[in-house]
Design a protein around this ligand. Structure first.
Ligand code: B1M
Length: 225
């Protein structure tokens, strides 16, 4: 796909233009572009621009919301295309996924869930603003292999620790691996809170989940970059 199209995707996010974002995604699918390339080389770059402009005070909350809406419109087209791949693979493991309590950022978490699904994992997405006890209850119900916790705010990443504690309290720590991620999260933080692994982006999250499935015994923190 020409760079111009990726630039247009990026710009559609900055402009907060859902129709344009979704139209370009449809064009990309028709042209045989890998959905993950459209996401990484187009839309996500737009999201980064928006974040930077917001931090500099050049964009405001309603603009950021419009950009998120545009991102969701693109994902609505690209998501099913990526998930199709998962149905052709053997089941790789059961993952309970969510964003921590107090945090409503969902785009990165959805992307992680989509790529895990595309690679054969059965993903149960609890959504956003999820308390530790809810992660633990769903992990127990589904006999989950992995619990994945996303956090986008420095103020809510500490709630990832609450999830680790809730899993321990439910007596699931030996059977469930815990992976964490999100923009402010680091490998060091994962170690500090007793998680089993940290991934910096959605593709690394798939690799990490595979590694954790291979381990399935208590181990040191794994990092996939
Ligand atoms: Co918010 N926001 N936001 N926001 N927002 C950030 C995160 C911020 C960095 C912007 C900035 O100031 N530059 C800043 C956080 C600062 C901080 O704490 N360090 C911020 C702020 C301050 C806020 C509010 C407090 C603003 C306010 O109200 N004044 C507020 C908080 C609301 C709340 O949660 N309680 C808020 C609100 C919002 C919107 C609702 C408007 C909207 C979210 C809409 C939605 O998700 N439905 C929004 C958005 C869109 C952003 C930015 C611009 C983009 C986030 C995004 O979707 N990125 C963001 C700036 C930025 O990140 N550059 C910002 C694209 C996505 C694909 O990337 O989410 O990083 P990301 O996910 C990646 C990796 O992190 C990783 O893989 C993903 C894919 O590669 N990953 C995992 C994520 N989860 C993972 C889990 C894993 C593994 C990897 O394992 C389980």
């Amino acid at each position: 796909m020409p760079d111009d199209n990726f630039s247009a995707m990026r710009q559609s996010i900055i402009d907060g233009a859902p129709d344009t974002a979704s139209g370009l995604a449809q064009q990309a699918v028709s042209a045989g572009v890998a959905p993950i390339d459209a996401i990484n080389n187009g839309y996500v770059l737009g999201m980064h621009d928006v974040g930077e402009q917001f931090a500099r005070g050049q964009m405001y909350l309603p603009d950021m919301m419009a950009s998120a809406e545009a991102m969701r419109a693109a994902m609505a087209v690209l998501d099913p295309e990526m998930k199709k791949l998962g149905t052709e693979r053997p089941m790789a493991g059961v993952v309970v996924l969510g964003t921590t309590k107090g945090d409503i950022h969902e785009i990165g978490k959805i992307l992680v869930g989509t790529l895990l699904t595309a690679h054969g994992f059965r993903v149960h997405d609890l959504g956003v603003d999820v308390a530790g006890e809810k992660f633990a209850a769903k992990a127990l119900e589904l006999h989950a292999d992995i619990v994945g916790v996303s956090a986008l705010l420095t103020t809510t990443m500490r709630n990832q620790k609450g999830v680790v504690e809730a899993i321990e309290k439910a007596g699931l720590r030996s059977s469930v691996k815990i992976m964490v991620g999100g923009a402010p999260v680091t490998r060091r933080w994962a170690e500090e809170i007793g998680a089993d692994g940290y991934a910096k982006d959605a593709m690394s999250a798939v690799e990490l989940a595979r590694q954790l499935m291979e381990q399935k015994t208590p181990a040191a923190v794994v990092e996939s970059v």
